[in-house]
Design a protein around this ligand. Sequence first.
Ligand SMILES: [Zn+2]
Ligand SMILES: [Zn+2]
Length: 194
Amino acid sequence: MSAPHDPSALSVNLAAVPSNGARVAVSAAREAFGFPDAEFEIAGDLRLHGRLDRLERDGFRLRAGLRGELRLECVRCLGPVPLRVDEELDLVYLPRVAESTAPGGGERALEASDMNVSFYDEDRLELAETVWEQLHLALPVKPLCSADCLGLCGSCGADRNRHPRCGCDDNTGRADRSGLGALRDLTGFPQTPG
Ligand SMILES: [Zn+2]
Ligand SMILES: [Zn+2]
């Protein structure tokens, strides 16, 4: 319990945070965070660098930059969509027990309605949870490799970005009504990168 604050720890012992705050300097690979199966991959390390300060009353404030590189899946063609994460976080953590039992609980409930407030248990702050939540907030609802991604052919599954004319249109009469493929061929519009 008396161990000094470890800036690189994913599980922060809040009791060890000095009154003038502490540095947070986490840099870890996906495995270290213990994320469950996600709709994204993490390329390289995720970094969380900043400060953890004590609030006047019980609680802490984390101000830190979250940076890393994710790889999502295009909702149309299932191809890779790189996403750079570069977020400045400003989050408040309150002890969970104080939420309902401590004097001024109503005030805390008010604070808790703020989406930047989380709760911690037993003097431990699990930064992996914070990173997990913040990554999800950063995700686009429908990742696209390109705004005009042509997706997969509904018949043969061919990637229409690479094979605009897989031949199914002719065979099934399922014409590409958007005409994007034809337009792309006519204009020599460059293939989607990646
Ligand atoms: Zn795509
Ligand atoms: Zn096809």
